[in-house]
Design a protein around this ligand. Structure first.
Ligand code: DAH
Length: 346
């Protein structure tokens, strides 16, 4: 039996030499060390031996078993290491490769303009406030000195919200200007007031290169004791200088808006021709950019502010025209078309 064990040991070790992969190793294990394997068979038959012989053979058999177990472990360790080396090589990360670029979003050119204008006024002590786009007739017209039959209403083609209102003051509309927010502010805030009111406004109009049914405005309102036309001019001059540049000329002329008295329009020197006259400025050399004026006493009064104590100026700017002038964009619809080829340029 010792002879058998010796042969088994030699065969097994020799066999192990030729094992090339884990699958073969497993077959080898089953053949020699498995429950029905060669060594197990010999160990089982130990019981048939006389006691003295059984001890010696048994000891040797255990020795062989330990030897084979160890060899098996060693071999499978070698395989594991080899495999690890292979996968480490395959999965290696080249840290010298450049990263993949992230697509970066950006702010819409109108949003950029809006932020820029807000920053200019905030630096002058203004506070940014907002109001509803769906508005009462009252705040859009009535409170701003435009009663029902007022002709100025016709200049602001209105999108009405269609529902049965018992009286006209309860009618709703899409606000035609952000001046509606000023009407609300006069009612709710105590002077001193210094606010700007950015937002979307709506006109019932077809779109073309210079009109869209929705566009953006910023209104401004200042109410305090002793506010004069000089404050209005100083504030708006400063805005124009900061937005368009210190070297640009600015002009004020009389204009009419029902909610201010006197009313003015502000223009800047044409950015394209510098005042000489061109297609953009209609040969006048000037481009109108905003309306303004001293808030009408009746408007203050109606909102609960005493016009004998407080005076006020107001202004309203269309936002869309500003980047058009600055970048030479000739079609306002580009701002609302969501064409990334256009938007990515800003
Ligand atoms: N709301 C006017 C418009 O949309 C612009 C305007 C003019 C606003 C004079 C004002 C102002 O606050 O004082 O045409």
């Amino acid at each position: 039996m010792l002879q058998q064990l010796e042969e088994l040991k030699l065969n097994a070790l020799q066999g192990l030499e030729t094992v090339n992969n884990t699958k073969e190793l497993e077959s080898w294990r089953v053949y020699y060390l498995g429950k029905k394997g060669e060594l197990t068979r010999i160990l089982r038959s130990l019981a048939t031996l006389p006691l003295a012989e059984r001890k010696a053979v048994g000891a040797y058999a255990n020795e062989v078993k330990t030897l084979l177990d160890d060899s098996l472990k060693q071999k499978s360790q070698t395989f594991r290491e080899a495999q690890l080396a292979v996968s480490a090589k395959r999965e290696a990360i080249d840290i010298t490769l450049p990263g993949r670029p992230f697509p970066l979003g950006r702010l819409h050119p109108l949003t950029q303009t809006l932020y820029e204008i807000c920053d200019i006024f905030v630096a002058m002590g203004f506070q940014v406030v907002e109001g509803p786009e769906v508005e009462w007739d009252y705040y859009n017209f009535e409170a701003l000195n435009m009663p029902k039959e007022h002709p100025a209403r016709d200049n602001m083609s209105t999108s009405w919200i269609d529902f049965e209102a018992e009286n006209d003051e309860r009618r709703m509309l899409l606000r035609t200007h952000t001046t509606s927010v000023s009407a609300r502010i006069i009612e709710t805030m105590q002077p001193p007031i210094r606010v700007i009111e950015p937002g979307k406004v709506y006109r019932y109009e077809a779109s073309d290169a210079t009109h869209t049914p929705m566009f953006c405005q910023i209104d401004g309102l200042v109410v305090d004791k002793g506010v004069t036309m000089a404050d209005l001019k100083g504030t708006l001059y400063e805005f124009a200088r900061r937005f368009f540049g210190r070297d640009k000329k600015v002009r004020f002329r009389c204009d009419y808006f029902p909610f201010v008295e006197p009313g003015v329009e502000m223009a800047i020197e044409c950015l394209v021709c510098g005042g000489a006259g061109c297609r953009l400025c209609g040969d006048s050399g000037w481009i109108e950019i905003l309306g303004a004026g001293m808030t009408h006493p009746q408007v203050l009064q109606r909102g609960g502010i005493d016009p004998e104590v407080y005076t006020s100026f107001a202004f309203g700017v269309g936002i869309d025209r500003l980047p058009m002038l600055r970048y030479g964009i000739d079609d306002i619809r580009l701002f609302y078309g969501s064409d990334l080829r256009f938007l990515r340029q800003f």
